[in-house]
Design a protein around this ligand. Structure first.
Ligand code: AMP
Length: 190
């Protein structure tokens, strides 16, 4: 008889179950950066299911109209969560990638600036939108995504990410700006 091992996270410990399976890659893409790599969560069918279910459970009664995901890892989780909630999905992309009429928002990075864009018809006035990315560092990307959705008349019900890097202050900044925020786990250090 094959020995089938049954293991599941302890109830109440989903956050550390997922956190323990995020890979930290030091000095990537630049020296000094600790890259929090969520691909192991996607690769393992068990963690992918737990991860998606955390979001589906949180938002299934939120009367959402739409999920927006941020380029590029926000597309993966965002699209699955949208599908599971029986909602549509819209991408917020880096400049120059969307083919149709766009609205753009520029924001500051540590060195220089970046621009994100959304299709002008991505959401309707009054749509209740969930905004998803993989990680919040300085919060600039999510803030820009929120502004784009609001310029189209959307109501961003919550920003959501897998990882928060609280020392970089982004999550505090977003909350102070009035955006409710949900993150699954946090890491100290950059
Ligand atoms: P920010 O705009 O500073 O909040 O940066 C968030 C965006 O940059 C997200 O789309 C992340 O995918 C990416 N990012 C920033 N820092 C990291 C990091 N340490 N590990 C993984 N992704 C990061």
């Amino acid at each position: 008889m094959t020995d089938i091992k049954i293991d599941s996270p302890e109830l109440g410990d989903v956050s550390s179950y997922l956190r323990d399976r995020i890979r930290t890659v030091p000095d990537w893409p630049l020296p000094g950066v600790q890259f929090r790599d969520i691909t192991p969560l996607l690769q393992d069918p068990k963690t992918l299911r737990v991860l998606v279910d955390v979001f589906v459970h949180r938002y299934m009664d939120a009367r959402l109209d739409l999920v927006a995901g941020i380029d590029a890892r926000g597309f993966i989780l965002g699209a699955i969560v949208a599908y599971e909630l029986n909602l549509g999905f819209v991408p917020i992309r880096k400049k120059g990638k969307l083919p149709y009429q766009t609205v753009a928002e520029e924001y500051e990075l540590e060195y220089g600036s970046a621009t994100v864009e959304i299709h002008a018809d991505a959401c309707k006035r009054g749509d209740r939108v969930l905004l998803i990315d993989d990680l919040i560092a300085t919060g600039g990307t999510m803030m820009a995504g929120r502004k784009l959705l609001e310029r189209l008349g959307g109501v961003v019900v919550e920003g959501a990410a897998i990882v928060d890097l609280p020392e970089l202050g982004g999550s505090r900044l977003l909350r102070d700006a009035g955006l409710p925020l949900f993150t699954v786990c946090g890491f100290d250090g950059h």
